[in-house]
Design a protein around this ligand. Structure first.
Ligand SMILES: Nc1ncnc2c1ncn2[C@@H]1O[C@H](COP(=O)(O)OP(=O)(O)OP(=O)(O)O)[C@@H](O)[C@H]1O
Ligand SMILES: [Mg+2]
Length: 298
């Protein structure tokens, strides 16, 4: 059936609106954090993969860093391994770390790779151990307690902080037109594994590889103000004020922290968008309105 005149006008309008953005981003690298909560639905996974394949075909270089908190929790439950959280972080003993590595590096990573490849892309899955991409050290948490003179140090096991990023392996993959998909596992001095917050890994990879943009896909429409309204754009000073006021908290904190650090280290902009909206990536990159919250230096 031939398309109607108005449908034709719509299609032409959409493509024409996208043109200046395709020109602007052609040849640039984007680091995209794919949150565990945005990948629970099969339809969303398919549209995410289609968006990534399209970005690559129009000349952008997407690099994906994924989370997987809900998927790790599910597997620990299936295996009857009890789990405990301190300050929102999972206490990760050696047995739990094995599960984290299997779920993130095995199941979740390879699931994303195969959905992208089924949609015609060329994705390659790696963890931060491959090519020494992410060097890490144990993250220590301290907690002030009124009855103690010095803060109590809390051991949360194999939870890591990034010490060094070596992007050689990413440069090789991108140059050959592969799409890297990174599981947020780092390697310590003695070859031990660390579970690292994926936002943190995405931010550090973006600044080290010199990405044009850092995009964090999550499960809210963006950064919300105290009234729950999505804020379209924020400067780094405004972000700091919202953190101080307690409006930005919990899972949003590592996102804004890594965004501010990336902006300070050469990344032009960071965007927090709703990964539960189909095609959020295309709407953000290729439309005049954009979606979510854009953070810029200032
Ligand atoms: N000001 C704010 N605006 C929006 N969300 C906020 C704000 N402050 C805190 N949050 C919380 O941050 C959450 C997003 O972070 P969260 O760590 O839960 O998801 P994710 O990082 O996308 O997934 P994963 O950690 O599995 O990779 C939101 O669902 C919301 O509860
Ligand atoms: Mg998170």
């Amino acid at each position: 059936m031939p398309i109607s005149e108005s449908q034709a006008r719509n299609i032409v309008g959409v493509l024409t609106e996208a043109l200046p953005y395709i020109q602007k981003f052609h040849g640039t690298t984007l680091v995209i954090k794919y949150g565990g909560n945005a990948m629970v639905d099969d339809v969303l996974k398919q549209t995410f993969a289609q968006n990534i394949v399209l970005l690559k075909l129009v000349g952008l270089n997407p690099i994906i860093v994924h989370g997987g908190g809900p998927q790790i929790g599910e597997m620990l439950e299936r295996l009857n391994i009890p789990t405990r959280f301190v300050h929102g972080m999972r206490v990760t003993d050696a047995e739990t770390m094995d599960v984290v590595e299997m779920v993130l590096g095995g199941l979740v990573n390879q699931d994303i790779v195969s959905v992208i490849n089924n949609n015609g892309g060329r994705a390659v899955g790696i963890t931060g151990k491959d090519g020494n991409l992410i060097r890490a050290r144990k993250l220590t948490l301290s907690q002030a307690a009124p009855e103690l003179d010095v803060p109590e140090i809390i051991d949360i096991g194999h939870v890591g902080d990034v010490t060094e990023v070596n992007v050689d392996v990413l440069n090789v993959l991108v140059k050959e037109d592969f799409i890297p998909v990174i599981a947020p596992i780092g390697v310590g001095e003695n070859g031990e594994s660390y579970n690292i917050n994926a936002d943190l890994v995405a931010g550090r990879v973006a600044e080290t590889i010199g990405a044009e943009k850092l995009i964090l896909l999550t499960n809210t429409p963006g950064i919300l103000d105290a009234e729950g309204v999505t804020i379209a754009s924020l400067t780094s000073d405004e972000v700091r004020a919202l953190v101080k006021a307690g409006t930005i908290r919990d899972g949003m904190l590592p996102k804004t922290n890594c965004a501010l650090s990336a902006l300070n280290n050469g990344v032009a902009s960071a965007q927090i968008i709703d990964g539960t909206v189909p095609h959020a990536l295309l709407l953000e990159l290729f439309t005049d309105a954009g979606v979510g919250t854009k953070i810029t230096n200032g």
